[in-house]
Design a protein around this ligand. Sequence first.
Ligand SMILES: NC(=O)C1=CN([C@@H]2O[C@H](COP(=O)(O)OP(=O)(O)OC[C@H]3O[C@@H](n4cnc5c(N)ncnc54)[C@H](OP(=O)(O)O)[C@@H]3O)[C@@H](O)[C@H]2O)C=CC1
Ligand SMILES: O=C(O)C1=N[C@H](C(=O)O)C[C@H](O)C1
Length: 250
Amino acid sequence: MSKLRVAVLGARGRIGAEAVKAIEAAEDMELVAALGRGDKLETLAEAGAQVAVELTTPASVMGNLDFLIRHGIHGVVGTTGWTEDRLAQLTTWLAGSPRTGVLIAPNFSIGAVLTMRFAAQAARYFESVEVVELHHPNKVDAPSGTATRTAQLIAAARAEAGLGAQPDATATALDGARGADVDGVPVHAIRLRGLLAHQEVLLGGEGETLTIRHDSLHHSSFMPGILLGARRVTQTPGLTFGLEHFLDLG
Ligand SMILES: NC(=O)C1=CN([C@@H]2O[C@H](COP(=O)(O)OP(=O)(O)OC[C@H]3O[C@@H](n4cnc5c(N)ncnc54)[C@H](OP(=O)(O)O)[C@@H]3O)[C@@H](O)[C@H]2O)C=CC1
Ligand SMILES: O=C(O)C1=N[C@H](C(=O)O)C[C@H](O)C1
């Protein structure tokens, strides 16, 4: 059987370098290009890449995806910074290349995907909920893509359950003291040397609290999700948002 021809964009970055190793080690894949900033995207087409794993920066990702989609190269995207406007733009580009698939995964680790699932399940039963994400201090964005997605899923679950705004009697506060407001859910971002990628969802009701915590201790935690995404995206035209769509979570 022929191997899947995979490229990495952002190959010299923290997660990109780990992805290069994981793809090289995968028996059913061949790493055909490993590009960093300034490298020519045309290399991808010349190398016959079928899938490109995009792990760069929010500032670079749209330009890269524009190229990939125009050349019919499937995308597996871990880069953050997704807004409604960006997703709409992507959908428009994909409509012009109907056989091309793009997976955007706010988080490739199974534990983080489950955290999002569990948080959305729990959200309808608790009056209060806040998200705390904790990352290494070299991270360029805040809050994290995972925390933003988690808060959006929680907010949707609360709305579906008919829950109103959360109780919060704060009358005065320094700017930022209550975190960022993501669809009514406070999200707090910690940046601390020694950490990698961590998240807590704190839920509170009458006389009880529930904390859901996930820790990525090494970039290897993201690799099975990236490899799964690369395998599945070739069979999944259009835009898929979230690795859970490629997993059987029951
Ligand atoms: N979804 C997930 O599970 C995960 C997502 N991420 C996300 O992945 C992204 C990268 O994170 P991380 O590896 O820590 O960041 P790094 O800064 O370590 O890596 C980003 C790399 O991308 C390179 N780069 C920038 N622009 C381009 C471009 N146009 N073409 C090719 N390469 C480019 C950078 O080069 P230079 O240094 O020269 O600027 C750098 O080497 C972030 O958005 C992060 O949030 C991270 C971990 C898990
Ligand atoms: O920058 C990181 O490191 C990570 N970024 C992603 C995010 O913003 O959610 C995924 C994970 O948290 C690691």
